[in-house]
Design a protein around this ligand. Structure first.
Ligand code: ZN
Length: 150
C-alpha cells in the first residue's frame, strides 16, 4: 500500500471516529445486541429497526478505540436499507476483507468500509473492526446474550 493511500485511509477512519454517523439510541428498535472486545476494551451496542426483511434504521452506542468506532459508523451507513440476506453476505465479505492476505477485492457496496481493509496489516486490530459486525449479526439473530470476541 502506498504512503498516500495509507494516509487517506487514516483520514477517513479518523473522520468517522470524530464524527460517528448514526450514533445514539434508536427510537424504537426491533432488535439490539451488545458486543464487547476484551482485548482492546471496546464496547458497542447496535440497535436495528427491521421491517419486511429489510433494515430500515440502525444506530450504535458505545465506547472504544478509533477503529471500532469508525467501523461501527461505516457499517451503519453501508447496511441501511439492505435486506437481511444482503447484510449476511456483506458480513462474510467484510470478515474476508479484513483477514485476507493479498490484494483486496473491490466491494462496490462498502463505501468507506473499504478503508478498513488496511487493518489486515495489524492483526490485533481485526477484532476491533469486526466487533460491530458480530454485534449486528447477533442483534439480527435476536440473540439475547452479549457478544464477545473472545
Ligand atoms: Zn479496539
Amino acid at each position: 500500500m502506498s504512503v498516500e493511500l495509507r494516509e487517506l485511509y487514516q483520514e477517513v477512519i479518523l473522520d468517522h471516529n470524530k464524527h460517528p454517523r448514526n450514533r445514539g439510541k434508536l427510537e424504537e428498535p426491533t432488535n439490539s445486541a451488545e458486543g464487547h472486545n476484551p482485548l482492546c476494551g471496546d464496547n458497542v451496542t447496535v440497535y436495528v429497526h427491521t421491517k419486511e426483511g429489510r433494515v430500515e434504521g440502525i444506530s450504535f452506542e458505545g465506547s472504544g478505540c478509533a477503529i471500532s468506532t469508525a467501523s461501527a459508523s461505516m457499517m451503519t451507513e453501508a447496511i441501511k436499507g439492505k435486506t437481511l440476506a444482503e447484510i449476511e453476505a456483506m458480513f462474510r465479505e467484510f470478515q474476508k476483507m479484513v483477514t485476507a492476505t493479498g490484494e483486496a477485492e473491490e466491494h462496490p457496496d462498502f463505501g468507506d468500509l473499504e478503508v478498513l481493509a488496511g487493518v489486515r496489516e495489524y492483526p490485533v486490530r481485526i477484532k476491533c473492526a469486526t466487533l460491530p459486525w458480530h454485534t449486528l449479526h447477533a442483534a439480527l439473530q435476536g440473540a439475547e446474550a452479549k457478544v464477545s470476541t473472545e
